[in-house]
Design a binder for this molecule. Sequence first.
Ligand SMILES: [Cu+2]
Length: 151
Amino acid sequence: MKNIAIAALSVVLAASFPASAGQRTQTVEADCQIVIADGWIRLLPGGMPMHAGFARIENHCSKAVEIVAATSPVYAEVELHETTRVQGVSRMRQIPALPIAARGQARLQPGGLHLMLMRPQRPLQAGEQVDIHFRLADGRQIAAKFEAREP
Ligand SMILES: [Cu+2]
């Protein structure tokens, strides 16, 4: 029983310290940070039933991470979307997950990746801060504030 516990622990440690560990400060899983910066929501005129959310998501970890879901108390549903241009026509589709490379970043911006914020539960004012929570594939949750802005 004790051996099993030790074996499990060494697997965890191996996962936390990839081959590059030792060259620089080791980043343990607990304090490796995902930063959501410059989050904002584009308000649309005429009370549209969905808004788009944008931000820069920085992965300061030595491992790739994957955002698998987002939620907000202000919206009935939040989806990860990608806008692509196919033969001059702009289309958007839902993506199941948003991977971010080790030490990399993802830019959610108009015309590209974005959050699709569905069915606002109340009217939003420009300047308001909206809570959005992200869930990573490893189970971690990240809380962020997105500022509502006029287009
Ligand atoms: Cu969309």
